[in-house]
Design a protein around this ligand. Structure first.
Ligand code: NAD
Length: 419
């Protein structure tokens, strides 16, 4: 169970990381001060009619962090633990992520405090419509473009696109990304976060001279990002020995059959996978493995468990899964951490492709999407690795250095600050 202190740490953590990196990169104090604060945060509450006829008031947020490089962009999370500090931290990460991938966007993030697992389909639709209507004055294809995140998906994006199109009385597919393809969604968007993460893992294995075949991987979280990473690694020949969801994990040292695990999960619970050992999420993180992919929520690799982590490569498919204290411990153990702002940038990259296609009203093939995605992820990885080597810093610091420099240059070019 997370506490507000943990969330405060998420926000403080990003700010602290920015301060540390600022000392190593040539940008002004003004730029750092601007980047440490979101430019706009909206808190909304909206009434929703529940199936039993009662009215329940939901609370949500939208944080727009910085729009120096373009309209703001970022997902919407439906989760009982959502709070304003978390949303602010995630919007800051989005600014950095878009800059790392070289996308013409700033960062934003949204969230609604709710547990979709306890909502009926109709209630979920009314929460989705209620939230987007409540923040509608902030969003638009040239202002702020939401996307899916934890416990939201293409269906939710479809409802939100419909709600805004009706409000504006104009068909506006570019208002959100991650929509179903039939209403302007991009091919490949569903898998983009996991696919992009796998491109960075394969690039890192190459760099570390580690063969792909037979290398062991553990995936924490089996949702949109986690199951795609698991399947694509499995298809590449990696031995995926454990996966988990919020209820716990399954483990087989000889390797799981990931398409089978997907079928089992779709029919009910991962725990029904035959022949595997059931383990807790805590045990899963500490398994003997080569690769660990956190793909659920923040702050799961902490000062408490970092020294017991055995993986030599961690790819952060989730946002903010490693605390600042844990980062230091992993650094001392020479663990390579592919930071979230690179490892999960595939989602926003294909969201960008979706937005471009919506504007052009011309749609690309899945092959084209995947090959453009690969190019961006591999180029970004190599650039970050080059900066890390040149400055003798870890990949996270290098990614922050590149991102902060780019956004700072944009703010200078727009005349907000002096160089
Ligand atoms: P999702 O809702 O599809 O899946 C979340 C998964 O995490 C589910 O399998 C859930 O059971 C599991 N989970 C929840 N609580 C858990 C816990 N305490 N322990 C273990 N597992 C738990 O969400 P998603 O879209 O895959 O997002 C996962 C992470 O990836 C988040 O940090 C999100 O911000 C990040 N991310 C997602 C995208 C995207 O395009 N979906 C893009 C960038 C980053």
């Amino acid at each position: 169970m997370k506490t507000s202190v943990v969330y405060l740490n998420s926000y403080e953590k990003v700010k602290r990381q920015m301060e540390q990196v600022a000392a190593q990169v040539n940008i002004s104090r003004d730029a750092v001060e601007i980047l440490k604060n979101p430019m706009r945060v909206l808190m909304v509450s909206f009434p929703v009619k529940m199936d039993d006829g009662s009215i329940r008031v939901f609370e949500g947020y939208r944080s727009q962090h910085n729009d120096a490089m373009g309209p703001t962009k970022g997902g919407i999370r439906f989760h009982p633990d959502v709070d304003m500090d978390e949303v602010k931290a995630l919007s800051m990460l989005m600014t950095l992520k878009c800059a790392v991938a070289g996308l013409p966007y700033g960062g934003a993030k949204g969230g609604v405090i709710c547990d979709p697992r306890n909502l009926s389909e109709g209630e979920l639709e009314r929460v989705s419509r209620g939230y987007i209507e409540a923040i509608s004055r902030l969003v638009g294809p040239d202002r702020d473009i939401p996307a899916p995140d934890v416990y939201t998906n293409s269906r939710v994006m479809g409802w939100m696109m419909d709600a805004v199109s009706k409000l504006n009385q104009t068909y506006t597919p570019g208002i959100v990304t991650g929509k179903p393809p039939i209403i302007g969604g991009s091919k490949g968007r569903n898998e983009a976060t996991g696919r992009g993460c796998v491109y960075t893992i394969l690039e890192a294995l190459n760099l570390l001279n580690t063969p792909v075949q037979g290398t062991r991987a553990v995936i924490h979280g089996f949702g949109n990002a986690g199951r795609t990473v698991a399947r694509l690694l499995w298809e590449s020949g990696v031995r995926v020995i454990a996966v988990s969801d919020s209820r716990g994990g399954i483990y087989d040292p000889n390797g799981l059959d990931i398409p089978r695990a997907e079928q089992v999960k779709d029919r009910g619970s991962l725990q029904d996978y035959p022949g595997a050992t059931r383990i807790t999420n805590e045990e899963l993180l500490e398994l003997n493995t080569d690769i660990l992919v956190p793909a659920a929520l923040e702050n799961i690799i902490t000062a408490e468990n970092a020294s017991r982590i055995k993986a030599s490569l961690i790819a952060e498919a989730a946002n903010g899964p490693t605390t600042a204290e844990a980062d230091k411990i992993l650094g001392k153990k020479n663990v390579t951490v592919i930071p979230d702002i690179l490892a999960n940038a595939g989602g926003v990259t294909v969201s960008y492709f979706e937005w471009v296609q919506n504007i052009m009203n011309f749609y690309w093939s899945e092959e084209e999407i995947n090959s453009r995605l690969k190019q961006i992820m591999v180029d970004a990885f190599r650039e970050i690795n080059r900066v890390a080597q040149n400055n003798r810093v870890d990949l996270r610091s290098a990614a922050y250095m590149i991102a902060m420099k780019r956004v700072s240059e944009a703010m200078v070019a727009r005349g907000w600050i002096k160089a």
